[in-house]
Design a protein around this ligand. Structure first.
Ligand code: FE
Length: 211
């Protein structure tokens, strides 16, 4: 069997939130399946990458970009998130009851599932490894500012941090603040700026350097 090593996965934004033990077990299982010729590692990587960073979060990014450019849509999105998201065709399991949380200069929202890994699949795809880890689930409710700092987000003291605990009934999507200097950008260009982490609330959306 191929030896496995604890290495930082590409999806792990903050290493302290990765459960190395689980990763080792998964890697060991993967090695076994690959050695027996049952799975193609490249196909597996492509599949995971697709759902983790492309298909899912792209949907959420389109919701966010539309809310930024279309005030009426934004109003509907905040009033009845599930229905407004469904207008764009993003419906399905784990997205039946959605709540969109708007970040403002004075309020920053961050989402966690303290019990397991509840996550809005139709708009964000599969949850990242760190989202499912014990440290993220436990520490986000105790010390959200500390957790955010580890993700590279430093908030001013007068910004209120709101932590939302996802459940089987309710799934949350953070509507990040539109970055300054993006006034001339199209909806599609704006969607390209929106990251998965920003829609979980552990990142802020940044304007491109040369715009
Ligand atoms: Fe859960």
């Amino acid at each position: 069997m191929r030896r496995t090593a604890a290495r930082r996965p590409a999806s792990c934004a903050a290493f302290s939130f990765c459960d190395v033990d689980i990763q080792l077990r998964v890697r060991a299982l993967e090695s076994l399946l690959v050695d027996k010729g049952l799975v193609d590692p490249k196909a597996l990587d492509t599949l995971i990458d697709t759902y983790e960073t492309k298909v899912g979060p792209r949907n959420g990014a389109r919701v966010v970009a539309k809310a930024w450019v279309d005030p009426a849509f934004k109003q509907r999105l905040l009033a009845d998130s599930t229905a407004a998201i469904a207008e764009l065709g993003y419906i399905g399991r784990q997205g039946e009851d959605m709540v969109v949380l708007e970040n403002t200069p004075k309020v920053h929202n961050v989402v966690v599932c303290t019990l397991c890994s509840c996550y809005p699949w139709p708009v964000l795809g599969l949850p990242p490894v760190w989202y499912k880890s014990g440290p993220y689930r436990a520490r986000t409710v105790i010390d959200p500012r500390g957790v955010l700092r580890e993700f590279g987000v430093s908030l001013a003291h007068d910004v209120e941090v709101r932590v939302w605990d996802s459940t089987a009934e309710l799934r949350y999507l953070v509507l990040p603040e539109r970055p300054q200097g993006t006034e001339g950008m199209t909806e599609e260009q704006l969607a390209d700026l929106v990251t998965r982490d920003a829609m979980i609330g552990v990142a802020q959306v940044k304007a491109p350097r040369r715009w």
